[in-house]
Design a protein around this ligand. Structure first.
Ligand code: SAM
Length: 285
């Protein structure tokens, strides 16, 4: 059995280096030994598929990824964890730790340098304070990755995976469905972490699409419309689009009517195709 599945070993190394958890950096480390092997396996990392991890922490997931993948590159912001990782992952020769901020790093360049044209997946237990920005950044950059498998708070997982047009959907659902086919893989209870967070988590996998599922000529306009539509969830599309797009209600109603959508409809009722129709009608005005 690997030392890293033994929580007293992990706690011992952390205390040896005087490590204290930072709430600001979203540091809730996994201590449930069943979660990481399953997550690594389901990410699609393999002998021929490399892995990028964001926030390795003490290295519990990194260790599982390194067992099944030919190479793992992990990006950690907290400098205090570098000596910890050096010790906990010392038996692996196929791991590279990069000290940096995932929101600032040029990940395309990292992938090119570390994996060339080889296949890559991203797998991470994301720090909760930047879940959506990280996911959106990785998707928007159109990184050459097969899948993005991440642990997020259960509520965020439900929102991200909700199909546009269903009650649970939000702006992030539409944005994520534009780039990928997301699926909820399994739930993880809050007791699986130290320190234990207030809510449960879930692991989701976003299977990156080669082509967007809808035909739109202006992506920027699509994201602006989605954001404006959900900016006031309780209001009708007519109202939220009018204020979000700085246009009169009658102009918006005309666009909605040409798109075959009732002005009283709400953002959560819109499918991807209907959003596309609205975008394309905007272009015609
Ligand atoms: N992977 C470990 C695990 O599952 O036990 C730790 C996960 S913990 C939820 C999130 C990790 O992300 C922490 O190690 C934290 O220091 C790191 N982190 C936070 N913000 C980051 C950022 N902007 N870039 C890279 N890593 C970050």
């Amino acid at each position: 059995m690997s030392k890293l599945t033994d929580i007293s070993y992990v706690k011992g190394v952390l205390s040896k280096y005087g490590f204290t958890f930072s709430k600001a950096l979203g540091q809730n480390f996994l201590i449930n030994p069943n979660v990481c092997p399953k997550m690594a396996e389901m990410s699609g990392a393999s002998e021929t598929v490399g892995a990028i991890e964001i926030g390795p922490g003490a290295g519990v997931l990194t260790n599982e990824l390194a067992k099944i993948s030919h190479k793992v590159v992990a990006v950690e912001l907290d400098k205090r964890l570098l000596p910890v990782l050096n010790e906990t992952l010392s038996e692996h020769k196929n791991i590279k730790i990069i000290h940096g901020d995932v929101m600032k790093l040029d990940l395309k360049k990292v992938i090119e340098q570390e994996f060339g044209s080889g296949e890559v997946v991203v797998c991470a237990n994301l720090p909760y304070y930047i879940t959506s920005p990280v996911i959106m950044r990785l998707l928007e950059e159109r990184l050459p990755i097969n899948t993005l498998t991440v642990m997020v708070q259960k509520e965020a997982a439900d929102r991200i995976c909700a199909a546009p047009g269903t009650r649970a959907s939000g702006a992030i659902s539409a944005a994520v469905h534009y780039y990928s086919a997301p699926e909820l893989l399994f739930k993880v209870s809050k007791g699986s972490f130290i320190p234990s967070p207030k809510v449960d988590s879930a692991v989701i996998r976003m299977n990156i699409l080669k082509e967007p599922p809808i035909n739109i000529t202006n992506e920027q306009l699509f994201f602006k419309i989605v954001k404006a539509s959900f900016s006031q969830r309780r209001k009708t599309l007519s109202n939220s689009l009018s204020s979000g797009m700085s246009m009169s209600k009658s102009e918006i109603n005309e666009i909605l009517s040409s798109a075959g959508i009732k002005p009283t409809a709400r953002a959560e009722e819109m499918t991807m195709e209907q959003f596309a129709e609205i975008v394309n009608q905007f272009r015609n005005t």
